[in-house]
Design a binder for this molecule. Structure first.
Ligand code: SAH
Length: 217
């Protein structure tokens, strides 16, 4: 990972300072951004913009999320390094890579095979080999590997997909942007000993989650 990290080192540092300026204070999260070369997760045509705090096109009508959004998700999860995590919407694989710095086991599902393959290649180029990836409908979760301490949905859902709630461990949490196709509110669902709690967090804009418990294509 050393050589890719030497490239764009100044821009990466400025992005981290920008994230701090926008309220991200969790040092482990900021360190993860320092450890992962975001420019390897975007198409070569937009590489020069990889360290802007902005979403970028990754092909197939999808985007890599804005760095602040990834940082916010990770700060909310407050991972300790021991968790089993499920990510829905691998996309570029950048957040997947960040997760490997903060949790112990990372599972990730993507519905578009070509994106899953490109993400696999980018993770490999960073020397990250321990992500378990699958192509399929992430709204169904991945019960074989559950229950999960954290589940992150990186696409907009019309409602909270019930299979994901069912696959949370006690004490586990699910982050999912819920709303219409154009604007959503980030929801946190926590599983407690006795039931569930739901908290409404920031307003967000994501591409649609398409699947059995998401939007129709
Ligand atoms: N965190 C990713 C987000 C990519 S955009 C990144 O920043 O790169 C959201 C991704 O979710 C897209 O790649 C889209 O294809 C994928 N997606 C949409 N519906 C899905 C579903 N039901 N299961 C798995 N992935 C899905």
């Amino acid at each position: 990972m050393a050589a890719p990290l030497r490239q764009f080192a100044g821009a990466r540092r400025r992005l981290i300072e920008e994230l701090q300026g926008k309220g991200i204070a969790d040092l482990a999260v900021l360190k993860a951004f320092d450890d992962v070369p975001r420019h390897l997760f975007v198409p070569s045509g937009v590489q020069h913009r990889a360290y802007e705090d902005a979403p970028l096109p990754i092909g197939h009508a999808q985007t890599i999320s804005q760095p602040w959004v990834h940082a916010k998700y990770l700060e909310l999860l407050a991972l300790t390094g021991r968790e089993r995590v499920l990510e829905i919407g691998t996309g570029s694989g950048f957040q997947t890579a960040l997760l490997t710095r903060l949790a112990s086991q990372v599972f990730s599902i993507e519905r578009i095979p070509a994106l899953a393959e490109e993400a696999r290649a980018a993770l490999g180029a960073c020397g990250i080999a321990h992500v378990v990836q699958r192509v399929g409908d992430g709204t169904l979760g991945w019960p074989e590997h559950g229950p999960y301490d954290a589940i992150l949905v990186g696409a907009a859902s019309p409602d909270v997909p019930q299979p994901l709630v069912d696959q949370l461990a006690v004490g586990g949490q699910l982050l999912v942007p819920v709303g219409g196709r154009d604007e959503q509110v980030l929801l946190r669902v926590r599983r407690t000993e006795t039931g569930m709690t739901r908290t409404r967090l920031d307003a967000m804009r994501f591409v649609p989650l398409i699947g059995a418990h998401g939007f129709s294509s």
